[in-house]
Design a protein around this ligand. Structure first.
Ligand SMILES: Cc1cc2nc3c(=O)[nH]c(=O)nc-3n(C[C@H](O)[C@H](O)[C@H](O)COP(=O)(O)OP(=O)(O)OC[C@H]3O[C@@H](n4cnc5c(N)ncnc54)[C@H](O)[C@@H]3O)c2cc1C
Length: 451
């Protein structure tokens, strides 16, 4: 009889869930493989639909799937990983007064802890900006937008009113563009209930430091998206970066092109706004940066088999790893698509390590890209075809609906979309849930549940 092997997966996002599901399938006849998953939330979050939660197009709970409903034989811990010791092959989970601190030992480890918003060291932004990364972010942003409409409707100072109705989104990637499109749709739909707010009182602006939005998309499609956003009333300013934000004013700067002299850089101007949404980048989770693993640009350095370069029994996948795509010679962008592709190969290679067999090299073959830009319009690049407009929007909906795990969530989202076609958006503002820091930590020495 073969020896029991403990496989521990950290992170219940795209990479972690896909990896666990593949492991369950590879080891389905092997009771000696113990699979454990740890994640700080007990749900899987379908991030591509976060902007639709922010705009009220989709109900909050419909884009999250309880992790336990996705697992067959994996043991699950809802807990925050506090530290990882690859020498002792131990992971420590934090405890609180209600939750026991736990220490887990492993033979094989998969790191799939994702990323967090990157503020590039601008502390002020971290305090003042809104973000679009977690479910809480989407709920908070929706409440904020409705709050701004409520305040602006009764505001008599025209300058203040204008600034309440100005929304600046920094970052012209997936998250920024989809958020801008959805936000604009919400504002325009909701406006009819606010008799003192006119169409031209509302301003949605996207700032992008690169010369074009949606990097990675075909150039023509990105241009189309930019033009369409303009037609929908969204101002897109490329080669423009944020210099500072005070809470009421955004100062913007021209990004000097390679041909221009950097010394000629001057502030371009200022935008009065109370709401800045920061989607300008992500960086691997802090726990990874604080770990002893070799990292590159904050992500775990891995080989072509997705193993950590210094610990062969440790795999790293998704947004928390750093991998250069040999086809482009550039780091793989942090996407759900690449996270799932890596998860599949990591599970296969882990099986090869545990039960013997040939490991597979990771080669990323993108399936395509899609982004919605508001007003039932989208852009899509699939199998060499480039599409835009309503057909791309319909494709986006069909493809992403098929990707949502579990039939009940698919049905709920489909109903949400159908309702949205015939009825107005709900403008009820729910009380904001600000994340609170954990008040007490019980470190491990009190309770020790080692296996
Ligand atoms: C608004 C938005 C739209 C997007 N749209 C697309 C899209 O259309 N297509 C696409 O391909 N990609 C898209 N992405 C990117 C995509 O969401 C990420 O690349 C993907 O989620 C990465 O998967 P992951 O498993 O590495 O990380 P995640 O999905 O973020 O999962 C990480 C997991 O680790 C857990 N975790 C983190 N730290 C700890 C800790 N200390 N202890 C315990 N658990 C922890 C988290 O709770 C989470 O469950 C979008 C992202 C955003 C924000």
């Amino acid at each position: 009889m073969s020896e029991v092997k403990r496989i521990l997966v950290l992170g219940g996002g795209f990479a972690g869930i896909e990896c666990v599901r593949k492991l369950e399938s590879y080891f389905r006849h092997d009771d000696n493989a113990q699979i454990t998953l740890v994640s700080e939330d007990n749900f899987f979050l379908f991030t591509p639909m976060l902007p639709q939660v922010a705009s009220g197009n989709v109900e909050t709970r419909h884009i999250v799937i309880p992790i336990r409903t996705l697992l067959k034989r994996t043991k699950f811990y809802e807990a925050e990983v506090k530290s990882i010791d690859p020498y002792g092959k131990t992971v420590i989970l934090s405890g609180t007064s209600e939750k026991r601190g736990v220490s887990l030992h492993y033979d094989y480890l998969v790191l799939a802890l994702g990323s967090q918003t990157n503020f590039f060291g601008m502390d002020n932004l971290e305090k003042l900006a809104y973000t679009m990364k977690t479910l809480n972010d989407a709920v908070i942003l929706r409440n904020r937008v409705i709050d701004m409409l409520e305040q602006a409707d009764n505001e008599t100072d025209p300058i203040l009113k204008k600034s309440l109705l100005t929304f600046v989104i920094v970052g012209g990637g997936f998250a920024g563009i989809e958020t801008a499109g959805e936000l604009n749709d919400l504002l325009l739909d909701a406006r009819k209930y606010y008799s003192n707010i006119q169409r031209n009182d509302i301003r949605v602006t996207v700032l992008e430091a690169l010369p074009s939005i949606l990097p990675g998309f075909n150039e023509k499609l990105a241009k189309f998206a930019q033009e369409k956003l303009g037609e929908h009333g969204i101002e897109v300013r490329v080669s423009t970066k944020l210099a500072s934000f005070s809470g009421s004013e955004v100062v913007i700067e021209d990004v000097p092109s390679a041909t221009k002299e950097a010394v000629n850089q001057h502030p371009l101007g200022a935008i009065l706004t109370r709401t800045l949404i920061w989607t300008a980048g992500v960086t691997p989770a802090d726990i990874i940066k604080k770990s002893v693993f070799k990292t590159n640009r904050g992500g775990i350095a891995i080989n072509e088999f997705l193993q950590s370069v210094d610990f062969a029994e440790v795999f790293a996948i998704g947004d928390c790893c750093y991998l250069v795509d040999p086809n482009t010679n550039r780091p793989l962008p942090p996407t759900a698509q690449s996270a799932e592709a890596e998860a599949e190969v990591a599970a296969q290679n882990l099986y090869a390590l545990v039960r013997g067999g040939q490991k597979r090299k990771f080669m990323y073959v993108p399936k395509g890209q899609l982004a919605i830009i508001g007003k039932r319009s989208a852009i899509a690049s699939l199998f060499g075809f480039h599409l835009h407009g309503f057909i791309a929007w319909w494709l986006w909906k069909t493809i992403y609906l098929s990707k949502i795990p579990r039939l009940d969530k698919k049905v709920r989202i489909f109903i949400d979309w159908t309702i949205d076609m015939f009825f107005d958006r709900d403008i009820a503002r729910l009380k904001t849930m600000k994340p609170k820091p954990l008040e007490e930590f019980k470190e491990l020495d009190e309770v020790d549940d080692v296996w």
